[in-house]
Design a protein around this ligand. Structure first.
Ligand SMILES: NC(=O)C1=CN([C@@H]2O[C@H](COP(=O)(O)OP(=O)(O)OC[C@H]3O[C@@H](n4cnc5c(N)ncnc54)[C@H](OP(=O)(O)O)[C@@H]3O)[C@@H](O)[C@H]2O)C=CC1
Ligand SMILES: O=C1OC[C@@H](O)[C@H](O)[C@H]1O
Length: 394
């Protein structure tokens, strides 16, 4: 069957896309529940063509619970999803450590891919995947769903086109999620280093994304490489706290970025952006799920004389459909149907850009993933590179 021909044109005369879902885990559940929602104005009809997992009974339960009525094929292997000729695009929801191999396998079978964040464990793995995708001429897209939200597009328009807060100079962003590592089973993806456990790749990536989106007007196609200084702390060998200072040399803009699994107490708001004429607070349950932002004028007065009152702001609300996965799903479908190989919202260069910044932070923070990071561990870190450039200190 050709891509994009809806099998039931009488009911839904719109383009359609057939998804092969890899894993029955939590994110696959969230993603599938959203994309099968009945939406009047959906630009694409999303079909769950098949579901692949390591266990057939989990696949059955998944299909019954999260896409009843979709009648997908069920497979007890991921390979069967890659080899299903009726799949237009594969959604990969395994833990980060498997993303590289899963994507290489899907690419070898000639499949288009939407793969969960973090795209891979490090930038070298990301390059390997993207080179394979290029050679095979398939679509690959990192599922950084945040970037697809209408809220983000509106916020960046106000920031960089309309300059509603003047010239941006600073952003704070936080992602806090309380996960008691010691009480988790050793097989949990939050505890098992071989699955990619650690806050930066899991949730710090959102805080970093907020800083990039609000400090770098050139993102995603012409991103500037910021200076990134990071510290990380560990519990039972797992990175549980990351704090990063970002500095953009061309503008002097700075970001303070944090992620932790030691507290549920997210910064409120989870993101604040300051400019020369005002500031913006972004709110929502977490940095992955922004629901509104408020634009405030600059707070005037002498801070030394006492606490200063903020003046009333203008609030922009963005009620989401489902959990908010439809935006990346619709855009992915439209890309694939149009024959594009990259997403304009999260192009390959931006995935590499983010992975390279995270590599640099992990190098400084002494967080390495065995079996993935040997080259990174042996490389010269960013702080040493600066010291070497400066020469001997007298
Ligand atoms: N965009 C977002 O908001 C979110 C994204 N994520 C991302 O999604 C990915 C998966 O996270 P999440 O769904 O929470 O993880 P889960 O642990 O809930 O699911 C992962 C699934 O991967 C499969 N799997 C294959 N091998 C293993 C293994 N050795 N150990 C554990 N699972 C294995 C399993 O599915 P099966 O048995 O069916 O093969 C498992 O259910 C991560 O990369 C994460 O960063 C996660 C949460 C939210
Ligand atoms: O992407 C994510 O967002 C929500 C978090 O709960 C989860 O750990 C993370 O993977």
């Amino acid at each position: 069957m050709e891509i994009g021909i809806d099998r039931d044109q009488s009911v839904s005369p719109k383009p359609s896309i057939r998804w092969g879902i890899v894993t029955t885990g939590m994110i696959s559940q969230w993603f599938v529940e959203d994309i099968v929602l009945d939406r009047e104005n959906a630009p694409v009809a999303h079909k769950i063509q098949c579901i692949g997992g390591r266990d057939m009974s989990r696949c059955e339960d998944f299909a019954n619970k999260y896409c009843p009525g979709a009648n997908p094929k069920l497979y007890d292997s991921y390979e069967s999803v890659y080899n299903d000729p009726d799949v237009d695009v594969v959604y990969i929801g395994t833990p980060h450590a498997f993303h590289k191999q899963n994507m290489l396998d899907a690419i070898a079978a000639g499949k288009n891919i939407l793969c969960e964040k973090a795209f891979t464990i490090n930038a070298a793995e990301a390059k390997e995947v993207l080179e394979a995708a290029k050679a095979k001429n398939v679509y690959v897209h990192e599922a950084m769903w945040l970037r697809h939200r209408p809220l983000v597009h509106q916020l960046r328009k106000l920031l960089f086109d309309e300059k509603v807060i003047g010239d941006v100079y600073r952003t704070f962003a936080d992602f806090a999620l309380e996960i008691d590592i010691s009480s988790l089973p050793p097989t949990s993806r939050y505890k098992d280093i071989s699955l990619g456990a650690g806050t930066l790749l899991d949730t710090g990536i959102y805080s970093l994304t907020w800083a990039i989106l609000t400090l770098d007007a050139g993102s995603p196609t012409n991103s500037e490489r910021p200076l990134a200084l990071g510290v990380q702390s560990h519990q039972e060998g797992i990175e549980v706290n990351t704090s990063i200072l970002l500095h953009y040399p061309s503008t002097g803009r700075q970001g303070i970025i944090t992620s932790t699994t030691q507290s549920n107490h997210n910064a409120r708001p989870f993101c604040t952006i300051w400019g020369t004429n005002g500031f913006i607070e972004v709110e929502g349950p977490a940095a992955s799920m922004p629901l509104s932002f408020t634009v405030y004028p600059k707070v005037e007065g002498d801070a030394n004389a006492g606490p200063l009152e903020r003046k009333g702001g203008k609030k922009y609300d963005f009620p989401q459909v489902g959990r908010g996965f439809i935006y990346e799903a619709d855009n992915t479908a439209l890309d694939v149907l149009a024959g594009r190989k990259e997403s304009a919202i999260m192009p390959w260069s931006e995935t590499l850009h983010v992975m390279e910044i995270m590599d640099s932070i992990r190098k400084q923070g002494d967080t390495f993933y065995p079996g993935h990071d040997e080259a990174l561990e042996q490389s010269t870190g960013p702080v040493m590179q600066v010291l070497q450039r400066l020469g001997p200190l007298s």
